[in-house]
Design a protein around this ligand. Structure first.
Ligand code: MTE
Length: 319
């Protein structure tokens, strides 16, 4: 029997902007020459105003065919809107991703609230990443975002900070999966990274894809993208980022620790208890299911960049 969870409202203390430290001028200074600045962005900016979301190429392109945009935006996991793959696209229409801000707190010198507007004023890059879901399907997605390290650095992590915890918004009135008799997950959805993983240049916060503002079903207005890890690490619609000393709780790890590890590094040699992780089905290949099957790569093909983060660790135990 699935357990039923009651959503917790966000405490008022988390949505105050009293101690906001992200002075707009500071952020604008961060936009280095050659970067794209969305000057004079306004919180009221409509989605179509961002349709031309321009970004400089950010490297790391795997050189593989992009997954069609329609597949990227209609085949999603976002349980706040339902457990079916088509639910998020069908049921996220009432979700309001603006105005928005993200609280950064915990073991930092400068805790505070960051407006979405200021994140959009950071130097945005297009990052074409191969993505691998724990359910053994994959996509290649042209994300638009900025390195998570750019945001974390502004908060000035303390020496004692070892991990980063992330939290999704709780809005049952806008998210049908968070209300009603059956709720598949405890809310808020939470995730975590080790601090060095969070600061790695491959790790981005995404605000768009395919040159457009991030659709609700993909985690609007800001979500995590960590291409060497299984998709469930990519927490959506983030409202809080907390630096911690202890390893944070992550939703799927807490729910089924034998099936979903904290690390969740893509590893073809470590099977999920109920299925193999050796291969994957590339979505949008046009063929019958299975016809676009290909071998899964260690660290999803990003081993050269990230394997050193795990030197000396047994990745079968730390899966
Ligand atoms: N974030 C939240 N808040 N809720 C979710 O249910 N699902 C995760 C992840 N982030 C999820 C989430 C899972 S299982 C996957 S595979 C990815 O989002 C899917 O991202 P996509 O729909 O943009 O491909």
């Amino acid at each position: 029997m699935p357990r039923r969870y009651r959503p917790l409202p966000i405490p008022g203390s988390e949505i105050t902007s009293e101690n906001a430290y992200f002075k707009r001028r500071d952020l604008l200074r961060l936009t280095a020459a050659g970067g794209v600045t969305l000057a004079a962005t306004s919180i009221a900016m409509a989605a179509q105003d961002l349709a031309a979301l321009a970004a400089k190429p950010g490297g790391f392109d795997p050189g593989e065919e992009l997954t069609p945009e329609l597949d990227v935006t209609s085949y999603n996991n976002f349980y706040e809107f339902g457990t079916g793959k088509a639910d998020p696209a069908a049921k996220a229409g009432d979700f309001k991703p603006r105005p928005w801000s993200v609280m950064i707190d915990g073991l930092v010198n400068k805790p505070g609230e960051v407006d979405l507007e200021d994140m959009l004023a950071l130097e945005l890059e297009e990052r074409i990443y191969r993505m691998r879901c724990v359910e053994a399907w994959s996509m290649v997605i042209p994300w638009i975002g900025f390195p998570l390290s750019a945001l974390i650095a502004k908060a000035e992590p303390l020496g004692s900070a070892k991990y980063v915890a992330f939290e999704t918004v709780v809005r049952p009135e806008e998210m049908p999966g968070q209300r009603g008799a059956f709720q598949p997950l405890p809310w808020p959805y939470v995730e975590g990274l080790r601090l060095d993983e969070a600061l790695h240049p491959l790790t981005i916060l995404s605000v768009g894809l395919y040159g457009k503002v991030l659709p609700n079903q993909n985690g609007a207005p800001v979500r995590l993208v960590v291409p060497w890890k299984y998709g469930f690490k990519g927490i959506k619609s983030i409202v809080r980022i907390t630096l911690t000393e202890e390893q944070p709780i992550s939703t799927w790890n807490k729910l089924a620790p034998n099936e979903y590890g904290f690390y969740a590094n893509v590893n073809p040699e470590v099977d999920h208890p109920r299925w193999s992780q050796a291969n994957e089905n590339r979505i949008g290949g046009g063929g019958f299911f299975g016809s676009n099957k290909r071998p899964t790569l260690p660290f999803n093909g990003y081993g050269e960049e990230v394997a050193a983060l795990y030197d000396g660790m047994d990745l079968r135990t730390n899966f």
